[in-house]
Write a protein of this length. Structure first.
Length: 195
């Protein structure tokens, strides 16, 4: 029986050996597929993590911009109150009220200015004779002025303000214009008609 089993054992061994390369090939293919899937999942996880970082940065930036816009709107309202207070304060004659009252109003005025500056609000410096700047000035009037060049600031009507280098409210100004020279042209026309 041993001799008879040998050929069968050999056949099963050959069959097993023939099947093993197929199994080995299948295992290698499965391993490669698993490695590819691992790389895909790793890339997806990295993209998701990058998206999350970008979302957080964008959300923080939007929150910061919303705060700045809210502060800007509030400060713009405060500027109009400060303008009214400044006009009223500048119209008070020093001898019209008791010295303590005037000093108190002066203290409130300085404190208001300090608080506005602490929030990053600064007054746009506009000097008479300075060239008109479309980014910082709003031309309300134009006046003939021989003392200043054409297109320069003649008068400041309302102060302007910047918030962190951004113009919050442009300064309203009057701008100089060149003098009109129409009378000479009319005289030439009158002379021609008279002849």
């Amino acid at each position: 029986m041993t001799e008879e089993q040998k050929p069968e054992d050999l056949k099963s061994l050959e069959k097993q050996m023939a099947e093993e390369p197929d199994e080995l090939t299948q295992l290698r293919a499965q391993l490669e597929e698993a490695l590819r899937e691992k790389d895909q999942y790793k890339n997806m996880a990295q993209r998701a993590q990058a998206d999350l970082v970008n979302y957080r940065r964008r959300a923080a930036q939007e929150l910061s911009e919303a705060r700045e816009n809210t502060n800007a709107q509030l400060l713009l309202k405060l500027i109009s109150v400060a303008d009214d207070f400044n006009r009223a304060f500048n119209m008070i004659p020093e001898d019209a009220v008791a010295p303590g009252w005037y000093d108190g109003l002066e203290l409130v005025h300085r404190n208001l200015q300090r608080q506005m500056e602490s929030e990053g609000l600064i007054k746009i410096e506009t000097a008479i004779g300075q060239p008109f700047d479309v980014h910082e000035h709003e031309a309300v009037f134009s006046e003939t002025d021989s003392d200043n060049e054409e297109g320069s600031v003649v008068r400041v009507i309302r102060d302007g303000y910047k918030l962190h280098q951004r113009v919050l409210r442009a300064a309203q100004v009057s701008v100089s214009k060149a003098a009109e020279q129409e009378p000479e042209v009319q005289q030439d026309n009158d002379n021609q008609e008279a002849q």
